[in-house]
Write a protein of this length. Structure first.
Length: 320
């Protein structure tokens, strides 16, 4: 029987976990010809999330869990889930039901009947989202698509169903600084896009503040484009040329008209401007250098503290 593994990253989601399971229970009952595996990834939660995952595992063996030693971030949780998935097909889905489980049967049917390697989803609107957040998100997609060779669909979600071959390709990209939306597009394969209306969280609060989204966008920009480095180089060349022109102008002015008293405010403004540009360019280079530094350390993307498999092994050893 064909098996689908659903990877569900979780961080402090005690209020949403049971609601999600009840919704997925309906889908699993509907898709009786498919074996399911719900793989919950506890990203270092500080609430009762792990305890609820253990309860679900005891109740339903289709539920598995992985628990990190600390919070490594959603990208690490997605990677860990994909790496530990056993299914012929693998889905990535948020636990807050903003990724509608009701789309899963349609996604599976498309992969069965049409010539696609994965079915991805995107939001058709941003109803209910703060305007400033919507504006920043839309601006990010427009910006990164202009400077990157990897096109990222606006409104794209991490929610998708992939064939095993695509999952293996994604796992080949074991980089430490991860941006899954870009990785899914970079590996290629044929993608079918499904659009749905924005859905509010079923419970709990979003873990994505504007600051976290900004840092996440930097991961995408530095991970899939070197245009900022080129920009820094171009700015440096322009200011170098401008400085030579200004030197010639000053020499000619001095030779022709002498050396009139120059105002110090204009000089200070120029110094501030040039210094600011230099620091800006240095900051861009620093971003790329920091990513390179972290990659060369070869640190693990995640560290497991416990899992459902370890618990089962311990239980088997304790039996007489």
């Amino acid at each position: 029987m064909t098996k689908i593994t659903v990877v569900i990253p979780c961080f402090n989601e005690e209020d949403a976990l049971m609601i999600y399971y009840w919704e997925m229970e309906k889908i699993m009952e509907e898709m009786k010809d498919v074996a399911f595996e719900l793989l919950f990834v506890d990203d270092g939660s500080r609430d009762r999330s792990l305890s609820i995952m253990k309860t679900l595992h005891e109740k339903d063996k289709r539920c598995r869990y992985l628990s990190f030693s600390r919070n490594f971030g959603k990208e690490a949780a997605i990677y860990a889930g994909l790496k530990n998935a056993n299914g012929d097909y693998v889905a990535v889905m948020d636990v807050d039901l903003q990724d509608p489980p009701a789309l899963l049967p349609k996604m599976y049917k498309i992969l069965q009947e049409e010539n696609f390697d994965n079915v991805a989803t995107k939001r058709g609107d941003r109803t209910g989202e703060p305007r400033i957040r919507s504006f920043l998100s839309e601006s990010f997609y427009k910006f990164i698509n202009k400077i990157s060779g990897t096109e990222i669909v606006e409104g794209a979600r991490d929610y998708r169903l992939m064939k095993r071959k695509m999952v293996d390709a994604v796992l080949e990209m074991s980089e430490y600084n991860r941006f899954s939306k870009g990785i899914f597009e970079w590996v290629g394969f044929r993608t079918k896009w499904l659009e749905f209306d924005n859905v509010e969280r079923s419970a709990g609060e979003t873990k994505w503040s504007v600051g976290k989204l900004f840092r996440y966008s930097l991961e995408g920009i530095t991970g899939f484009s070197v245009a900022p480095l080129s920009l820094a180089a171009v700015i440096g060349v322009l200011f170098c040329m401008l400085s030579f022109v200004m030197i010639l102008v000053i020499i000619m002015r001095t030779v022709i008209w002498g050396d009139p008293v120059a105002g110090w405010p204009s000089l200070v403004c120029i110094i501030f401007l040039v210094s600011g540009i230099q620091l800006f360019c240095t900051g861009i280079v620093g971003q790329y250098l920091s990513k390179t530094y972290l990659e060369t350390k070869h640190r693990p993307i995640f560290i497991l503290r416990e899992s459902s498999e370890e618990e089962e092994r311990r239980g088997a050893l304790q039996k007489p």
